[in-house]
Design a protein around this ligand. Structure first.
Ligand SMILES: Cc1ncc(COP(=O)(O)O)c(C=O)c1O
Length: 365
């Protein structure tokens, strides 16, 4: 007898999230050894060595529940960011925060606005809570904030802005975000997803936390998964109005962040030398990838993140060819690829492999 319990009807339309292909899977399926994964915007240098040392000392404590209030990390973040601890919410990755924030505000039929090419969790959590997606096309691979303003309706409840945008790497200047917030009614929750904030160099982008005071309907999300190299431990955080944060405390699970993750995140925050190394490598590799692709006649989109997006015909085929050469990138539909910055060796391996498969393919006209 199979499973016969009727499920909530909205679940039938949801397609499960497909993550970047794990290295082990590639090795299992195609027998490829020493594969390089530059598909999921992870940090090629990993976490700070101080984090790894500290984790060893914490292992013997894992029989204890973690600090359910995440006191140490919350205080450290408040100090680091110059905000009040009552404004901080901590999630099991910023992914959990995206879902919980949706759950907190959405009633069936509420409209949720996000860009057509952006982080896949926005449509997923919209569907999960029976919202109605209002998809706004990117303009020149970039969020079009004027179009966001025009798409607001009395039914809009939640807006996701991904800045810099995943997968295109483009950014919206702070002035454009503020212009949108001025128009957006205060009963609409605006989530500014800044998973790649630390990589940004454009000065016109920086400083979103300043907006929180004037716009209590704004939440800024950041993560320890990218620049801090802790994707496997799952810690993200949000900064918003204390009223929203106190409701969040009711909706999350009591121990949503595990003990190792809490200590790791706090230690990672204090190692600014490691952060500097990560940012320097990222900048150099982002440039190397862009220059390499440009030499092949392609037009990589200028990126502020730790990845480069480019349009290329037959992207699925090129992705498969790269897999055979032990390089995992992320296909983005039929005509685009996204490549994460790697170490120097990983980046060079990608450029060499891509140069070969691209030249041999019909994609190069
Ligand atoms: C734009 C964006 N938001 C959120 C996330 C989720 O990150 P986390 O690992 O903190 O859940 C990602 C991860 O790739 C992302 O690209």
């Amino acid at each position: 007898m199979g499973f016969q319990v009727p499920l909530r009807s909205n679940l039938t339309a949801i397609k499960a999230y497909v993550p970047g292909k794990p290295i082990e899977e590639l090795e299992r399926e195609l027998g490829v050894k020493n594969a390089t994964k530059i598909a999921s915007n992870e940090n090629p240098l990993g976490p700070s060595p101080k984090v790894l040392e500290m984790l060893k000392t914490q292992l013997s404590n894992i029989s204890r529940y973690p600090d359910g209030s995440a006191h140490g990390l919350t205080q450290a973040l408040a100090k680091h960011l110059g905000v009040n601890a009552s404004q901080i919410m901590i999630g099991n990755g910023s992914n959990e925060l995206l879902v919980l924030l949706s759950q907190m505000v959405l009633n069936p039929g509420d409209e949720v606005m996000f860009a057509d090419q952006s982080f896949v969790v926005y449509p997923l959590s919209t569907q999960l809570f029976e919202g109605v997606a209002k998809v706004v096309p990117l303009k020149d691979f970039t969020h079009d904030m004027a179009a966001f303003s025009n798409a607001l309706t009395p039914k809009t409840k939640l807006v996701f802005i991904c800045n810099p945008n995943n997968p295109t790497g483009t950014f919206v200047p702070l002035l454009a975000i503020e212009a949108f917030l001025k128009i957006c009614p205060p009963n609409v929750l605006v989530v500014l997803d800044e998973a790649y904030y630390e990589y940004v160099e454009e000065k016109t982008y920086l400083g979103s936390l300043k907006l929180i005071q004037d716009y209590p309907n704004l939440v800024v999300l950041r993560t320890f998964s990218k620049v801090y190299g802790l994707a496997g431990l799952r810690v993200g955080y949000g900064i918003g109005h204390p009223d929203l944060v106190s409701v969040f405390q009711k909706t999350r699970q009591p121990f949503n962040i595990n003990a190792l993750a809490l200590s790791a995140a706090q230690t990672a925050l204090s190692d600014s030398d490691h952060l500097r190394k990560v940012l320097e490598l990222n900048k150099a590799m982002r440039q190397k990838i862009s220059e390499g692709l440009t030499r092949l006649g392609l037009k990589p989109v200028p990126s502020q993140g730790n990845f480069v997006y480019f349009k290329v015909p037959q992207a699925q085929d090129l992705y498969q060819q790269l897999l055979l050469k032990g390089v995992i990138v992320r296909p983005m539909g039929p005509d685009a690829l996204r490549v994460t910055t790697g170490t120097v060796e990983e980046t060079e391996k990608f450029l060499t492999a891509f140069g070969q498969v691209y030249s041999n393919s019909g994609a190069k006209s």
